[in-house]
Design a protein around this ligand. Sequence first.
Ligand code: BGC
Length: 631
Amino acid sequence: MIQPLKRFFTLHGMLPLILILFVCVFSGAMFLIIQSKQYDKIVTYSGRYLNETLSNEERVNDLLSQMTLSEKIGQMALVEKNSVRKSGDVSEYGIGGILSGAGGKPDANTVEGWRDMVTKFEQLSRESRLGIPVLYGVDANHGHGNVPAATIFPHFIGLGASGDEDLVAEVARATGEELVATGINWSYSPTLDLPEDIRWGRVYETFSSDPNLVARLGSAYIRGIQNDDVGHVPVLATAKHFIGAGSMGWESSSNKNFLIDQGKIEVDEVKLREIYLPPFAAAVDAGVGSVMVGLQSWGTTKLSAEKYLITDVLKGELGFDGFVVSDWYSVYEISNFDFYSSVVAINAGVDMIMLPFEYETFVRNVSWAVKLRLISEERIDDAVRRILRAKFKLGLFDERKSAPELDVIGSEAHRKLARDAVSQSLVLLKNDSQVLPLKNVRSIHVAGSSAHNIGRQMGAWTIEWQGVDGNWVPGATSILDGIEEVSEEGTTILFAEDGIFEEGSRADVGIAVVGEAPYAEGWGDDPRPKLSDVDLSAIEELRKTSERLVVVLVTGRPLIITNELPDWDALVVAWLPGSEGAGVADGLFGKRPFTGTLPIHWPAIIKQVPVSTDGKTTDGTDLLFERDFGL
Ligand code: BGC
């Protein structure tokens, strides 16, 4: 027996084996090639899906039945606009979505520049075989923030302080109008995260740490921006960052540059369901068109790989019928192998992938994954059906409703709304001897780094991802300008940023407008959020020349101010008010009453953080101010 076997395995004897192997590989390859052709076979074109009298589902099914596999995968790609290598690629790959990441502006950053850029992408997409229009998305977190002339509303934390659903819906509607005027039909907003740790650099992007308030305001925002009663194409909203964002552990980030952002969420399933899920459930009820899965992890699993949470809970239990989009590059953080990562994310239930760069490789990888049966055709069809459903719902295939004129951007009506929103977002935390509102004040000294600095009052996600410090935005009003405008006639107002005024110059009231410089995402993670030495010194100097001292905090989150507070007569938190600084002055001078309340617990010392959403401090000591407090 041994001898014949040995002989068989000599080079001569191996020939049959090699032959068999060759035949196997050859027929396998032929099978795949034939199959590939099958997948990309084009069925006869019928424009039935363009018939507006059919139901959206009929139209989606008709369109889907005519699409090749590559066309379907193209729809699942969300590409950053600067990464589109050749303009012809938009139609050739049938790209489903284009985005301007924060700061992704046209060469001419003007309203016309934006409209021309977005329209060009839209036209290119319509040149594809089936003419499927592209979704164009931006982070309109607080207005059409990439555009200098736009109305910049308070960041969400300020809207949270107002607690006013109608206001939030109005802000969303106005934001939608400014977006649509430049052709944009998708906003990566609202954020439904619940911040438990003020050290996180995204606190200001959230409405509150109160799940009920977030659910209420988030839904109002969705209804406002997706409203199809407005006479123009509505804007698709995105509830983000699914799920648990705000509960990440300190120093748990998977990004070596960050401390907490993109970290591990520290919640078990019970807490996730009780606290973090309700805002998303409310968003689904409000009809949100897309949900973004965040960059955080649950245990060791990146959220974009979390099949149970995405497919079973969000799509299954909550009945979400829109599409799930992944966050920036997050799919490729699942593993070191792009092919494998795409397979895992799509099988987990991600429908559109914010690549945001390499679309050619993505289409190739996913196409092979389907041919190798690693992703089912049903899964691809489900993803594309969801994306197309959103496009039909927005009316992108239909006779265009006329878009608002460009002059709606930064219009007087929107600025008035923003100014109202600012005054409603102010929270009065201290007011000794009723120093506020300021009445019959003859002289005012104003100081501080944020008093005459529009970049600071806007915060990040404005023109640039990290914002721009300084006075640079056309049409906006600084808080100092607002004070000058609103103060009573005859009041002398002097400004010195460092709080040092001419010798002998005294004021009835000193207003210190101090706070944070702009930051976004992980770059704003801060071990101890507090006032800068420069601002502390300005306050100290100002104190010397003022009878009474009013401090206005321009900040994205509670700062540790426990030691300084006793020396201040009044304290107003203005959050990040945006372009209309006069709204702050309206509150200070009593044109509008203070109605805002804290949307988040305010720690006294850093050892208290994280503070649970229901107000339990880590060290068991008392907070400086509890959520919902406001005079
Ligand atoms: C952020 C998202 C944002 C996306 C696109 C990511 O870095 O986490 O909130 O929507 O970028 O700009």
